[in-house]
Write a protein that binds this ligand. Sequence first.
Ligand code: ISE
Length: 358
Amino acid sequence: MPPPTPPAEPFPVPPHGSSSVPLGVAVLGAGKMGADHIRRLDTVIGGARVAAVADPDEARAKSLAAGIDGCATFTDPVAALEAPGVDAVLIASPGPAHEAALLAALERDLPVLCEKPMVPDAEAALRVVEAEVGLGHRRISVGFMRRFDAEHQRLKALLAAGELGAPRLLHCRHRNVSVHPYFTEAMLITDSVAHEVDAARWLLGQEITAVQVFRPTAQLPGRTGIPDPQLVILETDGGVVVDVEILANGGFGYQVATEAVCERGTARIGEPQGLTTSTAGRWGGEITQDYLVRFADAYDREVRAWVAATRRGETTGASSWDGYAVAAICAAGVEAQRTGHRVPIQLAPAPAAFVNGV
Ligand code: ISE
């Protein structure tokens, strides 16, 4: 059964902003991701301008806003939503701050692109879904940017075309170079594997029904105390098994790859390409060191699509329901990680507005 996504009707999106004036975006959170989105909106994407930046670190907000014409800065995210010229919101603050920001944006009927995770837990995610449903039209896009990565899009199209037959397995590798000192073991699931959870649902058009987490007993000495690597097994309602190798502190490079094993063949994405050198009896290439570099095109395409869709009065990408589903599946994943058990997943019934859409 395909995961429910909202149909165009009866859950439409009224146009927002003017078609001739750039979309004024308030960026909430000016950390690594927020700073990259500010740069992108300011210098890469047409049709939008950064109208406001909010961050508890005022000096950081000011330094990022400096040089952007008419860009106001705030320490209070809600004040940024009220700033003159703000038509839409990009939330890039830490996950625990997302619920309040999303609800404040919905209260003001502002379109939102919210970085993943939409919110860190399933109950909060349902509150957000309910608030959007109560509004009567879609306003939220969740930043699962793999949906905008060219290779992921090609793999999805290939699977949908049926040339390789039905998918049986997805092998996913997600290797981080390192993680921040505040990164917890649970965040391996909620922050990193969350991408594969969304990508698997989206690539296969199936829902995740159970999760289990394995740790090799011979562990790498995780540099921040996180046992590395871990293997997450997801089962879907279409009978596909998805395995995700997750590595927090690999140290050697950032690698994200997926291989689909289907009835009549396999398809692989995320293999290193680009420049290779041959010298002194060896050949080799480079491994990307950061997700902002590895997925730079996907982030550009995602934000460009969001700006264009918002100006047309449409939404794009993952919905708040997808944000809820990923939060609920990841919560089960954290329980599986903690207990070592296989944890079945039962999602809440989807509100009517999110049923039967694709
Ligand atoms: C980070 O927040 C991301 O979103 C990256 O895409 C992911 O690879 C990384 O593991 C996360 O921590």
